[in-house]
Design a protein around this ligand. Sequence first.
Ligand SMILES: [Ca+2]
Length: 85
Amino acid sequence: MMKLTVLAGAMTLAAGAALAGDADFTKLDADRSGALSLAELNVKMADFTAQDLAAIDADGSGDVSEPEFTAWKSTQSKKDPAQPQ
Ligand SMILES: [Ca+2]
């Protein structure tokens, strides 16, 4: 299997569910529903679980809205010491 995480790997080694630095909400939202399902998140983050989603899903809608995603992304980049500048 190709290592699809090569580009992001350097930034996301610390946590399996860490978001690829280049991941973009509109790119992840494959069906353009305006929210990210677990399946859509799994395209970029194969080991992202329903539990991870629930942790991001502030309003409990079962998917990740853009504000939720943005908030989580900023949390991730602050938490991840391996992220290069
Ligand atoms: Ca969607």
